[in-house]
Design a protein around this ligand. Structure first.
Ligand SMILES: Nc1ncnc2c1ncn2[C@@H]1O[C@H](COP(=O)(O)OP(=O)(O)OP(=O)(O)O)[C@@H](O)[C@H]1O
Ligand SMILES: [Mg+2]
Length: 314
């Protein structure tokens, strides 16, 4: 039974993605989770990377008996049955690990059931560790969350993937608010950067939509303002690497009209892979290391932003 007070608890859902594989999404999700738990917040980590789940390893946990795929495939009905307590107070986990890839691509009904159940859970923060890529499922988890956090490396390939992720998420969000099939088709066509209609940026797309249906174009303009993904630059080695976050922020503003929030960076350090190899979470094994300090700063930035949003509401 879901207690009423659990359901009423004000919780935040944060999704951590980035388009590219192996860039530190799980590492950052796990360690943000531990940092929040140590601040006495009730945290649930969800490994939503169903094709390559390994968040449990980042936390130093073996393959759990019950996983998200048991819930998705209705081997268990209650989501609480797949929640695992970790050794860290206030920190629970839903692992995505599985033997078969049958649930790697949950269908619409499975996804909706999962999100509905997550909303009823007793937690202050639910963190979704997303898989690599820009599949609809990954984008939908990102768009469903209260905060979508993108991880990027200071490398052209990762930056390219991050822009592709932002654009795909953005256009998917557009499609969700539009009912007119002709406009949906136009959005699909605009996804192709080399489309023959000359639509190169969201601005071009909105202008075209306005010429078809002014009101719908205005709704899309509002969506642009509401879409505020956040950015973390991981594996930073130089001052120039730190600056990449600011450059991406300006590029997103200029070409997409999107206000990307630069949350901060995580320095590159050998202690990161050492902690993974020893199966001990970074912020626990090396709490005074530079990457652990960077993660702490990111958490404080996130909490501060949340405080500001709350104070604007009340
Ligand atoms: N700041 C860092 N300093 C040094 N090494 C790092 C850092 N961040 C990540 N790594 C290395 O990158 C590896 C991949 O990290 P992680 O598994 O978190 O990436 P991921 O984006 O979740 O990958 P996947 O797409 O496969 O899920 C880590 O095992 C670690 O060795
Ligand atoms: Mg991962």
């Amino acid at each position: 039974m879901i207690e009423l007070q659990d359901a009423l608890r004000k919780k935040e859902i944060w999704a951590i993605g980035g388009g590219k594989g192996g860039i530190g999404k799980s590492l950052i999700t796990g360690n943000i989770g531990i940092t929040l738990a140590r601040l006495k917040k009730k945290v649930l980590l969800v490994d939503a990377d169903l094709g390559g789940a390994n968040l449990h390893t980042t936390l130093g946990i073996g393959v759990p008996e019950m996983t998200l795929s048991d819930f998705l495939n209705r081997r268990v009905e209650n989501i609480n049955d797949v929640i695992i307590k970790t050794s860290i107070p206030n920190l629970n986990l839903i692992s995505g690990a599985q033997d078969f890839l049958d649930a790697a691509n949950p269908n619409f009904a499975q996804k909706t059931r999962l999100l509905r159940h997550l909303e009823t859970l007793d937690a202050d923060y639910i963190l979704l560790d997303l898989g690599a890529g820009t599949s609809f499922n990954i984008l939908d988890f990102f768009l469903f969350s209260d905060h979508g956090i993108l991880v990027v490396l200071p490398e052209p390939t990762a930056i390219e993937n991050a822009y592709r992720f932002i654009k795909s998420a953005f256009y998917r969000r557009f499609k969700k608010v539009v009912a007119n099939q002709n406009i949906k088709d136009l959005i699909d066509a605009a996804m192709d950067q080399k489309n023959t209609m000359g639509i190169r940026t969201p601005f071009d797309l909105i202008e075209r939509v306005k010429s078809m249906e002014r009101e719908v174009g205005e709704i899309l303009e509002l969506e642009v303002l509401k879409f505020r993904p956040k950015l973390v630059v991981n594996q930073v080695r130089t001052k120039n690497d730190v600056q990449i976050g600011f450059s991406m922020k300006s590029a997103c503003q200029k070409y997409f009209g999107i206000n990307l929030e630069y949350l901060g960076y995580v320095e590159y350090d050998d202690c990161v892979w050492q902690s993974i190899r020893s199966k001990r979470p970074l912020v626990i094994e090396y709490p005074y290391s530079r990457p652990a300090r960077c993660i702490e700063r990111i958490v404080h930035n996130l909490l501060r932003k949340e405080q500001m949003t709350l104070s604007m509401l009340y």
